[in-house]
Structure formats: C-alpha cells, structure tokens
Design a protein around this ligand. Sequence first.
Ligand SMILES: [Ca+2]
Ligand SMILES: [Ca+2]
Ligand SMILES: [Ca+2]
Length: 375
Amino acid sequence: MRIHFYGIILLALLFLLAACDEEKGPLESETPFTVEILQLPAQLNLQGNFRYTVYVRVTHPDGPEGIDTVVVHFFAGAPDPILSLPLFDDGEALHPGDGDVAAGDNIYSNRFSPVDPVVFPEGGVSVQVEVVDRNGVVLKSETVVLQALPNPAPVIVSTDAPDTLRSGFDPTAVSVVVQDSVGGIDVTGVQLQVKRNGLVVSEDSLRFAELLGEDSVRYQITLDSSFAAERLGDYILEFVARDKADNLSEPLSKPVFLENSAPRVFNPQLPDTLLRSSGLLLVQVQSDDPQGFTDIDSVYFRSLKPDSTFSGDGFHFVLFDDGSNGDPVAGDGEFSWQITIPATAQLGRYTYFFNARDKVGNLSETVQRSFVLAP
Ligand SMILES: [Ca+2]
Ligand SMILES: [Ca+2]
Ligand SMILES: [Ca+2]
C-alpha cells in the first residue's frame, strides 16, 4: 500500500518536472534582445564641472551573461564619436563611481563630464547606445540629441512674501522672480524649504506662474492658515531655483512670523436628563482650529460630579475623532466618546467642561454643559 502511495507521488513529481521543462524553453526565449535609454541629462552644461549619469536598460535571451559590452557614443557632426563611454551593471563593485545602483538588474550606467577629458563643442550632440552580445550581434538604440552649452545658474532676483502669516489669513500667494541668462524657460523649478533654527521643517515646490520677458520667470505657491499647523513663531522661507542643466541658484531667504491661534470647542451634545439604567452616554462636541484639524492636539472634558468634586481629580477625558469609541465619522471635527455608566454612579447634576488644545499648546475657551443623572 505504502509503496503504491510513494509510487503515485513519484509519478506526479516526474510529471511536474516534465511540465516545467516543457515551459522553461519557450519562457526564456520570450526575452528579446533590446536596448532602451532610461535617463540622460536634459542638457549638457559646458560651464562648471558637472558629471551626468546615463542609465540604459538592456535585455537579452541569455540574461546578463549574454551581453558583452554596452557603450554610449557621443557624436558632434563627424562619423567618429567624440566620446565613447562604457556602461556597467555592477552595482559600482567593479567600477566605483559608475553610478550603478544594483548589480545584475539589466540597468547599465556610468557617469561622464562634457568638459573632461573631452570638451564637447557647443551645439547639438547626438547620443546613441551600442550593445554587442557574446555572439558578436550588434544592437543600437535610438539616437537622442542633447544641447551642449555654457549655462550659468539661475538667480532669484526678488521675492514677494509677507513678514507675518496671520492666523486666519486668506490664502496668500508667495512668489519669486528668477532670472536665467539662457532664458526664462531654462528654469525648471523652485523649491521652498521652511527652516527653524537652521533645521528644515518642511519642503514644498512652487508652481510656474508666468514668463516675464526673455530671461525671467515667476514661480509661486499659495499658503493658507493651515501652513502654520504645528508651528508658531519665527521661521525662514528659503527658495532655491533649478535650471535644465541642474544648476542651483544661491538660496534666497525670507524671514516670516507664523501666527498660530487657539482652537475652539462648540455645540456640545448632551441630554438634559439621562437615565442611569440606560447604561450608556454618548458625549459629543465639535472643535476646529484656524490652522486646520491637523493642528488640533486633543479635545477633552472634565466632569464635575453632583458632590461638587471632579471625577479623577479633574482628569482629562479625551474625545475621539477617528471613528472609534462611538465616534460616528472620522475626521469631521465632531469629537465623541461613548461612556458606560456604572450602576453605582452618583445621581444628580453633572457639569462637563470642554476644552481643545492645539499642537503648539494654545488652549480653547471652556464650554460647559450640564445634565441630570436620574435613576
Ligand atoms: Ca541657466
Ligand atoms: Ca492653532
Ligand atoms: Ca467624528
């Protein structure tokens, strides 16, 4: 019986192996011999000493072992390349500094400079990748034309930002004007870092707003009151512009005072009379903050009992706005807590005192509401 059982398993295994074998061949040969340029610089800057990384994906039916060489050629009009750069898929193991991230992932890379050791001529430079496999088969990529030119860094010439962002202010546009001698369209973006005591607390990108003549461009970002969420006091707005040659401008700094004011609680929901025998009480109150819900740290109440002492010596009973503990809707500014009323709870008048605190420590005005607990 047992022999028969193992026999069946063996047969099944053999069958599976045979099936695998059958599928292996066609699957492998489905990988074609291809080359694709993944990344090139947008422009080659002949000014300064930039090094650019080229990334190319190469696939081959035999995998990486099938590839002999991957070379990127740079042409400047003549049939012979001005520079031929070998690319590697070694994870920088064999050629330190080639910029290759992971070995054996079919992505080949290397870095080059357009001024060292060969100084590229100004104008169009054609780029083409040539792959030779172990059988001597040559495959060439599409040709990409890059512009080589001396490209100075952009300069941020002015900024338009308020000195103080008042709590509850209307959405305000903050903008910078960037000049670039190659042209306003050479500017590709402006980054904003918000700093405090030299540390970056957040980053954002400005959006293109308009071209101002040939060589200037305006970028802007709209800030609203929520910009000061979790923040209060003196900050630095630091702007940096980037161009197509990856030049960065000098940073331009603008001090700003961020105002942050207190949240409020309102509209507490409690019955006038509650029966202890019902066993449950859903406490609810609404809260908001000029800096938005993300600035609210906590919403809570203290409970004054019929004997004129506070429950738990004035304990802060925290309400929830995350859909838990009886809160019907998460994140809607209505904070809730479902309480189980002990059978031994004192009967009589209770007063609940509600408060909210924001993330910079501002405390709301207190809102109170009473109810009677009856048997
Ligand atoms: Ca430029
Ligand atoms: Ca606030
Ligand atoms: Ca809620």
